[in-house]
Design a protein. Structure first.
Length: 339
């Protein structure tokens, strides 16, 4: 019993000394064996595997010999999605059953269908992981000017929050998409900053509904110039730097020449990964032609391909491109969107 009491007292004394006397603590540490002193380690900064980055880009160029692909671009910041992953997304709006599969069918069925599409893509190319995504139209173009007079309607934040919660359930990315109408990216993008500051939330902008000439949305195809796109890229890069985020993905929808002008002037920054998404619908031969003219011919960084469950199949169910068929495209699409 005495031995036990003495042991407690000794330990208590040491604790008391170490807590109350910095000089004694220093003296104690100097008498300890060097083997018991853990070296101070500097935090390890995450890095990008540059060799893998370049090799994957080269492989996804699918043997292109023109020099267009892989597109010239800087090595991205750590945490970049592309080219280390492929993204398969469902697109739409919860207020409409006509804008896409996201909103057309009940949540449970929609998420199950997305899971099946992801599995098909993963089966078709097992070399890189496939990530699911929900691509939500957060600002929709309108045929009437509305209270703002800008022919656009902003979705309520609680609806975007719903999409975020669904994404969390399946470990998916979230995209917020903007149709500016008579507004501008300078006005609409910052309104979504609270979401874009989240590491798993990315952005899409749709030139089709950017009505610079004052036309009614849907009556004429709109346009974005590189100046508009570069403003968005700079804004996203600023958010990445200020909030220590992984790179943001920026989706640019395109199916005509005029939808995206001066593509060669689009900025390429380590903080933003730009995807030109082939947004046209119709039979396979028409979609491939659009791809060759507006995606393959004018490289920016990465590529996307949209599949319309209904519009693509108006001439037959066999007009839906399969993952195996799209993987033969030059370059291979990094982002696949189902509407």
């Amino acid at each position: 019993m005495k031995t036990k009491i003495l042991f407690v007292l000794v330990i208590s004394g040491l604790l008391s000394v170490s807590c109350n006397s910095s000089e004694s603590a220093n003296a104690l540490s100097l008498t300890e064996s060097k083997d018991t002193i853990a070296p101070v380690k500097e935090p390890v900064e995450p890095v990008i595997d540059t060799a893998l980055f370049h090799s994957l880009n080269q492989r996804q160029a699918n043997g292109d010999t023109t020099g267009k692909w892989p597109a010239k671009m800087p090595v991205p910041l750590p945490g970049a999605i592309f080219p280390f992953h492929r993204v398969v997304a469902f697109y739409g709006n919860l207020y409409s059953t006509r804008m896409g599969i996201l909103g057309e069918i009940p949540k449970k069925d929609m998420l199950a269908k997305l899971k099946r599409e992801v599995e098909q893509w993963q089966k078709a190319d097992s070399s890189i992981p496939v990530i699911p995504a929900l691509h939500y139209i957060a600002v929709t173009a309108q045929q009437a000017p509305g209270p703002s007079g800008k022919y656009r309607l902003r979705m309520p934040f609680h609806q975007i929050d719903t999409i975020l919660n669904w994404s969390k359930e399946i470990n998916a990315l979230t995209f917020v998409d903007i149709q500016v109408g008579h507004s501008t990216v300078q006005e609409e993008v910052p309104a979504l900053d609270k979401y874009l500051q989240m590491p798993t939330v990315h952005l899409g902008i749709d030139p089709e509904f950017s009505m610079k000439g004052g036309h009614q949305p849907g009556k004429k195809i709109g346009t974005f110039d590189a100046v508009d796109i570069n403003w968005v890229i700079d804004h996203l890069a600023k958010l990445v730097k200020e909030n220590n985020l992984p790179p943001k993905i920026l989706i640019l929808h395109r199916f005509t020449q005029g939808m995206m002008t001066n593509y060669q002037n689009i900025k390429k920054l380590p903080e933003v990964q730009v995807v030109v998404d082939m947004d046209g619908w119709g039979p396979k031969f028409l979609k491939r032609s659009t791809w060759l003219r507006y995606v393959y011919k004018e490289p920016v960084q990465f590529t996307g391909f949209k599949i319309f469950y209904k519009n693509d199949t108006k001439t037959g169910a066999d007009q839906l491109y399969t993952p195996e068929e799209l993987l033969k495209f030059t370059p291979q699409p990094n982002y696949i969107q189902y509407q």
